[in-house]
Each structure stands twice: as structure tokens, then as C-alpha cells.
Design a protein around this ligand. Structure first.
Ligand code: N01
Length: 535
């Protein structure tokens, strides 16, 4: 290709954010092209096809809220829908709004360069396609750059191996097979409980156990379906008002001010309820006060002991290096009971580290475990990883990767100095990274759309943040994070990924909550975009 297509805006990614951004920019009458590396829409739900993948947000709190017609037409079959249903939903949306005609699939953006003379962005895809636009909007997802360990011998393994986020489109049959799973984060937990149902034998290689809580999924019956459809405004109001865009809001009482009986009864109730209530709807101080958190962790420790028959295995499954909720809580269905099955073996690789992958399986310090299928549930280069995989160059040819090497610096998690007209949906230091994501995506996209409309009306073609605004926002993000116990744990929130030793420990999300974040964004817009330079 030698010709260069020109647009008002280029969007990178056709997941939930990119699809909605396309809908909204079309309404403004702008010309838009979306570039997507997958062969169809869906982002996270396109790639993460591993068995057991499903929501841990209530389905009806997760779908788009922008179209009443869509809300009434679509019916979720379960309170926490499985991945194939979510992907069907996103395809339904793409068909309904005729999105695919503006999306170029199987086009991975390799580079994006700001042209100062024209105040526009040039992008080039891996297959050499080039395009140019005034605005570059990234919708690349916070958990979309998978990471593999760097064990010796991985390429010599003679069985089948897959990273969960690059799962094949054809079903993988586990029956009669010996399966190994490396990783016990939210993905590992979902995949383990599913594979354990059919595999002849399952070996779980666990380095860090997590505090897991029951999902309590169930089908949605006809009456409930009708109630859901009638109460969407209320559902979305509750999400808007909650810290993380969920249907769950914290109890304003402190753990330390209620009696032992009262808190025990409260926790039992939360443990028996569906979804994230146990994390997001807990006493407000479990994530900010170590004593409160210790009590909650002790409650969860007892639950593990009650559910796992062998006390030694229960001990291995109990986290030691972080308190409940300070890392993402995996929601599960019979996860702990899997370890009561005769065909399941838990291998503690903190105690006996993996030394290499062999042609037949996994060799730890103590033994070789033979498997036919090896599953890497080893996570992502979170939040900044998808940006780093594109060579993004701003003013003076400066690389975004280099600018953020010691941790991101942004204004509102939506723009960064030196990269004019680049808008980062669900970017680092944006509340959407720590949220029931479609709720915060809609906020991000609506804000960006309003900004572009304003710029069009006022005759502006160039926007970038002021340096002081970026410094103040970055400082605020770290200050808020330091008030929470989340900043003390090693997790993808803090940028810790042992497969990426060069990645600096920092805080990548915004922990101040989506209502506060939304209010700040609204205030900035109402002031004529205070903190930004518009030309
Ligand atoms: O990734 P993770 P994930 N040797 O980074 C282990 C979202 N999500 O894909 O903790 C041995 O959490 C690693 O061990 P350690 C959700 O936000 C949502 O599970 O580094 N082990 C860890 O156990 C979630 O938080 C849903 O010691 C190695 C695991 O791999 C986020 O995605 C479902 C290793 C990685 O866990 C990421 O979850 C699933 C090695 N070399 C996920 N390298 C929903 O329900 C890594 N590990 C919507």
C-alpha cells in the first residue's frame, strides 16, 4: 500500500470501548476507522475463549446502557454469563449498529507517529497499511497483552499448549488427558474448576494463592428477566453511584465498630450472596485498615479450611503475602472442592520452583510432572503493556514507552504531555481500569465524544494537557493509592509481573472511585477543559 487513507479519528481496538467509540463518533458525523488485530469484534471476549471464562459482574450490569432498544432486545441467560454468550452479545451489537463496515480486522497497529506540521497522527499496521487522522483514540484494553513465562524448553514440549488469552477457536477436549495449568489468578481459577470436570488428571502449578469467593451463578428465569428489563435505569444508577461501577457498594460501618457476632453474620451473608458483594460491598475499611483486613482474611481462611478436606492442601491454598481483596478476588464455583478430587494434584511452585518445561511436561525442583496439555494462565502485561507493544511517538519523536518506563504520567488517564490529540480510553491512571469496565468505558467514551464535539464547534484541532495538570493528577493517583492496602500488594494493579522484571512497581489504576473520577472529568469539561491546552 502506498496511498494513505485519511480520517477524522482512528480508533485502535474493536472491543467494548472501540465499538462504542465508533457508534458515538459516527453520531458526530466524523469519519472513523477502527483497526483491530482479531478477525472479529469483541476484544477480551474474542481472545479469552478458555473453558470456564465468564463474567463476574452481573450480566445486566455489564451490557451497554446507551440504547434502550438494545437493552430490551437482548436477554442474558444467566446472572453471570459465559464467554460464548458475551461474544454473541457483542456480535449482536456489531450487527445492530452495522459497525463492521468501519472496522479493519486482522490489522495490528505497529506504530503511531505524531506529525507536528499537520497536527495529526499517522499509523502503520504490521502488514504495511497506512492511515492518518487528526485524533488517535486507543481502545486497546487493560488486560490484552498476554505474558508467558520464560522457562527453558517451552518450545520442546511435545503436547498441546495454550495461553488462556490466545485460546484456539476450536474446542479443546480434555477427556482422557493429563492436563497441567500454570497460574491461579482469576483466569486460572475459572479454567481449573472447568478442566477438573473432564480431564483424566489435572496438575495445578500454583505460585501465589489468591483469596477466592463463591460466584453463586444461576439461570435467569422469565420473571426475573422481565424485572431486569423494567429496572435498567435503576441498575445503571446504582452502578454509577458505586465506587467501582458495580451493583455492590461498601457498608459504611467499620469492621472494628461492630461486635464479633455481627461482623461474622454479615460476612456469612455476603459469602452466600452472588457476585462481588464480598469484595465491593464489604465493611468500608477492609481495604484501608490492616486490622480490619486481618479479621476479614481470617474469616476467609476458615472458609478455605472448611471446604478443603486435606489440611495441608488447605494451608497451601491460603494466601500468606497479601490480605483479602488487596489483589483481584477470583470468583469461583466449586474451586476449592476441586482439590478434594482424586484426579487433581496441587503443586506449590513457590516451595519447589519450576525449573524447565520438558518434552513431556513440567520439571520442578522436586519432580517431573507429565502432561498432554499445558495451559498457561499466566496473565498479562497489564494496562501499559498494550501501549508498549505499539511504537507510539509524539512530539520530537519521543516514545511513549520511554516516557512511561518508570510509571505512567497522565492527565485524567486520558491524555499525556507530548502526545497531542492522543486519547487513551481505559488508559493508565483512569478509573476505568478498576471498574465494572463497560460502565466506565461509557463514561470515558462519552467524555471524549463531548470533547471532540466541543473542539469541532470551537474550531480547535489540537489538544494536549498542561504539564502542571499532568503532575497534579499523577500525584493525586499515587496519594489515593497509598491510602489503600491495594498499593501494598504485588499484583497487576501495582505493575508487578515476575515475567516482566523490567516493569517498574508503581500503581497503574485509579483507586479514588468512579463517581469521584466522573465528577472531576465533568468539572474539567464544564470549565472549558481546564488543564488542557486547546488550539
Ligand atoms: O492473570 P493474573 P489472570 N510461574 O496476573 C501465575 C481479569 N479477569 O489472567 O501471582 C508460576 O492475575 C501468577 O503467579 P504470581 C481480572 O481482572 C477477569 O488470572 O505471579 N506462576 C498468577 O497466579 C484478573 O485479575 C475475569 O505468583 C506464574 C497467574 O499466573 C485479570 O484479568 C476472568 C508464572 C497470573 O494471574 C488477570 O487475571 C479472568 C510463572 N512463571 C480474568 N507467571 C472475569 O471474570 C505467572 N504465574 C471477567
Amino acid at each position: 500500500m502506498t496511498s494513505v487513507d485519511r480520517y477524522d479519528a482512528i480508533v485502535i481496538g474493536a472491543g467494548i470501548a472501540g465499538m462504542y467509540q465508533l457508534v458515538r463518533l459516527r453520531e458526530l458525523g466524523l469519519s472513523v476507522r477502527v483497526f483491530e488485530s482479531g478477525s472479529d469484534v469483541g476484544g477480551t471476549w474474542y481472545w479469552n475463549r478458555y473453558p470456564g471464562a465468564r463474567f463476574d459482574s452481573e450480566s445486566y450490569s455489564y451490557g451497554y446502557s446507551f440504547s434502550d432498544e438494545l437493552l430490551q432486545e437482548w436477554e442474558w441467560s444467566e446472572h453471570f454469563a459465559p464467554q460464548p454468550e458475551t461474544l454473541r452479545y457483542l456480535n449482536f451489537v456489531a450487527d445492530k449498529f452495522d459497525l463492521r463496515k468501519d472496522i479493519r480486522f486482522e490489522s495490528r497497529v505497529a506504530s503511531a507517529t505524531f506529525d507536528e506540521a499537520e497536527s495529526s497522527w499517522k499509523i502503520e499496521t504490521e502488514d504495511g497499511r497506512r492511515a492518518r487522522a487528526t485524533f488517535l483514540i486507543t481502545a486497546v484494553g487493560p488486560l490484552s497483552a498476554p505474558t508467558l513465562p520464560s522457562f527453558e524448553g517451552m518450545e520442546d514440549f511435545r503436547g498441546e499448549s495454550h495461553h488462556t488469552a490466545r485460546w484456539p477457536h476450536e474446542p479443546v477436549d480434555f477427556s482422557g488427558k493429563r492436563v497441567g495449568v500454570i497460574g491461579t489468578g482469576a483466569t486460572g481459577v475459572q479454567v481449573i474448576q472447568e478442566v477438573a470436570k473432564t480431564a483424566a488428571h489435572l496438575t495445578v502449578f500454583q505460585r501465589t494463592p489468591n483469596w477466592c469467593a463463591p460466584l453463586h451463578n444461576a439461570p435467569i428465569d422469565a420473571n426475573t428477566q422481565a424485572e431486569i428489563k423494567a429496572s435498567y435505569p435503576e441498575i445503571f444508577r446504582r452502578c454509577r453511584e458505586s465506587h467501582g461501577g458495580f451493583l455492590h457498594s461498601p457498608d459504611p460501618r467499620s469492621v472494628l465498630e461492630v461486635s464479633a457476632e455481627e461482623r461474622e453474620a454479615f460476612w456469612e451473608k455476603r459469602y452466600a450472596e452472588p457476585g462481588f458483594g464480598i469484595w465491593m460491598g464489604n465493611f468500608f475499611d477492609i481495604l484501608v485498615n490492616q486490622d480490619a483486613n486481618d479479621l476479614m482474611s481470617e474469616f476467609m481462611r476458615r472458609k478455605i479450611r472448611e471446604r478443603v478436606k486435606d489440611p495441608e492442601i488447605a494451608e497451601k491454598l491460603t494466601p500468606k503475602n497479601h490480605g483479602f481483596g488487596t489483589r483481584r478476588v477470583p470468583l469461583e464455583t466449586g474451586y476449592y472442592e476441586v482439590y478434594n478430587q482424586d484426579n487433581v494434584l496441587l503443586v506449590d511452585v513457590l516451595e519447589a520452583p519450576i525449573q524447565r518445561i520438558t518434552p513431556k511436561g513440567v520439571k520442578t525442583r522436586d519432580a517431573e510432572y507429565e502432561v498432554d496439555i499445558l495451559i498457561y494462565a499466566t496473565g498479562f502485561d497489564a494496562i501499559t503493556g498494550a501501549f508498549d507493544r505499539i511504537d507510539i511517538r509524539g512530539q520530537g519523536g519521543r516514545s511513549l514507552r520511554e516516557k512511561w518506563a518508570d510509571g505512567p504520567r497522565t492527565y485524567l488517564g486520558l491524555q499525556t504531555v507530548g502526545f497531542p490529540n492522543l486519547l487513551t480510553l481505559v488508559g493508565p491512571h483512569n478509573a476505568a481500569t478498576f471498574c465494572n469496565i463497560p460502565r466506565c468505558i461509557e463514561q470515558n467514551v462519552d467524555w471524549v465524544t463531548k470533547l471532540l464535539s466541543y473542539m469541532h464547534d470551537e474550531g480547535f484541532g489540537h489538544i494536549e494537557p498542561r504539564r502542571e495538570a499532568e503532575e497534579d493528577w499523577t500525584k493525586h493517583v499515587y496519594e489515593i493509592a497509598s491510602l489503600t492496602l491495594l498499593s501494598k500488594a504485588e499484583s497487576w494493579f501495582t505493575g508487578v509481573n515476575q515475567n516482566l522484571p523490567e516493569k517498574k512497581r508503581t500503581f497503574l489504576a485509579y483507586a479514588g472511585g468512579s463517581p469521584a473520577y466522573g465528577a472531576k472529568c465533568d468539572e474539567v469539561a464544564a470549565s472549558g477543559y481546564d488543564g488542557f491546552v486547546l488550539r
